[in-house]
Design a protein around this ligand. Structure first.
Ligand SMILES: N[C@@H](CCC(=O)N[C@@H](CS)C(=O)NCC(=O)O)C(=O)O
Length: 204
């Protein structure tokens, strides 16, 4: 299998964390998939017409995307156990979607700087995206701490990827320190972000 990849991408990172947790990083060949809305990557588009990474090219079937589908696919293939069975799966999927929503908003803030000339940027629109991130983090602090300290799942991995991304792109995205006013999340992150799978995939 080949994975269109870029180390800074938090969506790619979710997939890499799962592979690390499953001990299956050798099963996937990493292929440079760097691109963006104003600099599309033709190889990525050939596999995923939306032009986004991660995109997993299977040896035995059509390409699989986006990140949530890839993680579900690899979890099933390698029996990784990062999605619970029964009704518990709905909380995991919702938290993963919640994390992805914050990442989508955060990436749009970064693209605003990377892809648009200064005169074309909208401060109000970027502020709206930052508010989605901030509201999302407040909701995690208020409602999801019991889930975060439970058995490892892709919801937790998604939140971990959000937090490191906000630090990594703090300057370009104009993100404030997510720790301020969120003591529970801060305490949880201290331990979670030190996991070997998180340390091995940190954005750089
Ligand atoms: N919903 C997608 C989002 C993926 C995404 O936004 N990837 C970014 C890199 S972090 C990308 O490929 N951007 C290129 C583009 O927007 O053209 C997923 O979960 O995989």
């Amino acid at each position: 299998m080949k994975l269109f990849y870029a180390r800074p991408s938090p969506f790619v990172r979710k997939v890499m964390v799962l592979l690390n947790e499953a001990g299956k990083t050798d099963e996937v060949e990493l292929v440079d998939g760097f691109g963006g809305p104003t600099a599309p990557n033709a190889d990525v588009i050939a596999a995923n017409p939306i032009g986004k990474i991660p995109c997993l090219v299977r040896d035995d079937g059509p390409a699989v995307y986006d990140s949530r589908v890839i993680t579900r696919y690899l979890d099933a293939k390698f029996d990784a156990g990062l999605y619970p069975t029964g009704d518990a799966v709905w909380s995991t999927l919702t938290l993963e979607a919640h994390a992805d929503g914050m990442l989508d908003a955060g990436i749009l803030c970064v693209y605003e700087v990377r892809c648009r000339d200064e005169d074309d940027r909208s401060a109000a629109w970027v502020e709206g995206q930052r508010a989605k991130v901030s509201n999302g983090l407040d909701a995690v602090e208020a409602n999801w701490m019991d889930h975060l300290v439970g058995p490892l799942d892709m919801g937790q991995v998604g939140i971990g990827c959000v937090l490191d991304y906000l630090d990594f792109r703090a300057e370009m995205g104009g993100f404030t320190d997510w720790r301020v006013g969120r003591p529970n999340l801060t305490a949880w992150a201290g331990e979670f972000l030190a996991r070997p799978s998180m340390a091995a995939t940190r954005p750089e």
